[in-house]
Design a protein around this ligand. Structure first.
Ligand code: SF4
Ligand code: SF3
Length: 548
């Protein structure tokens, strides 16, 4: 075994990737990612102490922590050199903080190894990295809870980074990221202590999504119910993927009037419903589907592709010269564009390349609906409530989450197709690509698939559920005619799940498989306390949800 990773849904044999990741992550990279997480934990140990003693941390510590967490999310960064650089930076930050504490006369006993070791070259990093991974925690339940907490924090880290890019921050979130990371080093914590921290992580997950919602909507307006073009035009194009709206904003500004069209891919699709972006005539629509189809789709796009966040997959030679990364993403040998200071990123390299490229090859024609975030849905709440009262809508299905490669995910397409006509799907995240192009019709003008946006916009679904609860005068969110059939892939889905649990949502079905990182005992706690379940056959599950 030269690595161990089980953080995503596609982990080998649903137990763990041990030689090379199914995602394409090599063992040396997996080990460096483990080491970076270890460094973040050591840094957080001192961060927590500094906060306890009222010592002000450098702002860069918080930024470093969320960036580091984000870089280790599945399909985000495959660049060994960036990880080595980050590890070096983290050790320096950690020791700077340690010196600050020392010069304030604060002595700390029982310093964990993660907060004390030092190495200064890549070879030493490699040696160290082999011994600090997931399996270094021997008790399988403690390991499971430490990882569940860490993955939740990775999700928070990603959302915190997008908010930060738009100038929105929350020190309590930063505080909890440090507290959670440091707690994973503390051998005195019991399984119950860690379960409490996992639940607390759900609370901060809600806060992180609320902050990002505020950042996105105050900067770019509330999404509007919109028709999104999925066809192509005859100009050269740039394809932008991932979740970062500021990157899209800057790209749209820099390409206005250039004769280049901008298309979204994957999780950037919801950007087509924001008023600040819709106004651009060269913002054409969405090209293609979810992340796992990028090899074929990027090849056919013909123009440059900008990855602002996950999911990046190992690129084919046919388009790798046209692929660019930015922010937390990276891939060895792929050009990376950074923001210098507070300025806009300079996308001129991409823009000049686009001018020399053929227009995209058409994949499909038509339009799909988007923009059903909280404001848009609440504006038609009366209509929705009326349709429920009249018995025209019998049940809502929250089907948020991620898409993935596994064949078994055809379950979600079939599930959407076979749902009774008097049901409505509420979705967010790239899970939607399994059913957002089906002709599922509408109920009294309300489309049967309401797409709230990106995975972080699951927050919108929560606001919608809360509003329905009030409209029906219910005490408990679980008394609503809403079922939760969520598909997960990477760690942002973990924080969405923890956020829902924190809000008291029960009986969530999670698929296509339950996480490998849940030990049997931890899974049993989630099943007992929250009614978490897996999925079965489409027919059985629909019958179960509909109570027939
Ligand atoms: Fe395996 Fe997923 Fe980890 Fe990649 S991220 S190495 S596929 S568990
Ligand atoms: Fe998708 Fe990667 Fe998770 Fe943001 S883009 S939901 S998988």
């Amino acid at each position: 075994m030269s690595m161990f990773c089980y953080q995503c849904q596609e982990t080998a044999k649903n137990t763990g990737c041990t030689v090379r990741g199914v995602c394409g992550k090599r063992d040396d990279l997996a080990n460096l990612q483990d080491l970076l997480i270890y460094v973040l934990k050591g840094l957080s140990f001192y961060g927590v102490k500094a906060r306890e003693h009222g010592i002000e941390e450098d702002k860069k510590v918080n930024v470093f922590i969320f960036e580091g967490l984000f870089m280790t999310i599945t399909n985000t960064n495959f660049d060994n050199a960036r990880f080595s650089e980050k590890i070096r930076e983290g050790l320096a930050l950690r020791d700077e903080l340690k010196r600050k504490l020392e010069s304030a006369g604060i002595s700390i006993e029982m310093v964990p190894e993660a907060a004390g070791w030092w190495a200064d070259n890549d070879e030493d990093f490699k040696d160290k990295a082999k011994n600090v991974g997931i399996l270094s925690t021997k008790d399988e339940d403690i390991r499971s809870l430490r990882e569940l907490l860490t993955y939740g924090l990775k999700g928070i880290g990603a959302y915190a980074e997008h908010s930060y890019n738009l100038g929105y921050e929350d020190d309590d979130l930063y505080m909890f990221m440090q507290k959670g990371l440091a707690a994973t080093l503390d051998d005195s914590l019991t399984a119950d202590d860690l379960i409490a921290l996992v639940m607390e992580c759900g609370k901060y997950g809600v806060d992180a999504m609320a902050l990002l919602d505020k950042a996105n909507t105050l900067t770019y307006g509330n999404p509007e119910i919109s028709k999104v073009n999925i066809g192509v035009r005859n100009n050269p194009g740039i394809l932008i993927s991932g979740h970062d709206l500021r990157d899209l904003d800057e790209l749209l500004r820099q390409t206005e009037g250039s004769g280049i069209d901008i298309y979204t891919h994957g999780e950037m699709l919801p950007a087509n419903s924001y008023p600040a972006f819709k106004k651009y005539a060269h913002f054409v629509g969405n090209y293609g589907n979810a992340w796992w189809q990028q090899n074929e789709e990027f090849e056919k796009f013909n123009g440059p592709i900008l990855m602002t966040t996950n999911c990046v997959i190992p690129p084919r030679d046919s388009y790798k010269d046209r692929l660019f990364t930015t922010g937390s993403t990276g891939y060895e040998g792929i050009k990376h564009i950074d923001r210098i200071g507070a300025e806009s990123k300079d996308f001129s390299l991409i823009i000049e390349m686009a001018k020399t490229c053929d227009p995209p090859e058409e994949l499909e024609k038509g339009e799909i609906f988007g923009g059903f975030a909280h404001e848009a849905v609440l504006a038609i709440a009366d209509k929705v409530v009326e349709a429920v009262k009249m018995g025209k809508i019998k049940r809502f299905f929250v089907m948020a989450g991620c898409d993935g490669r596994m064949k078994s995910r055809s379950y979600y397409t079939e599930f959407a197709e076979k749902l009774p006509q008097d049901t409505v799907i509420l979705t967010a995240g790239c899970a939607k690509y399994r059913y957002n192009k089906l002709a599922l019709g509408d109920i009294e003008g309300i489309p049967r698939v309401l797409d709230a946006g990106q995975c972080n916009d699951s927050y919108s679904l929560v606001l919608i559920a809360m509003a329905l609860k009030d409209a029906f005068g219910l005490e408990d969110i679980n008394a609503l005619p809403i079922s939760y059939n969520i598909s997960w892939y990477e760690q942002k889905a973990v924080i969405v799940l923890l956020a829902l649990l924190y809000l008291g949502v029960k009986n969530i079905h999670l698929g296509p498989t339950l996480p490998a990182f849940l030990s049997p005992n931890v899974a049993a706690v989630l099943i007992k306390n929250f009614g978490i379940a897996g999925i079965g056959t489409v027919e059985d599950d629909i019958a179960l949800f509909m109570g027939v």
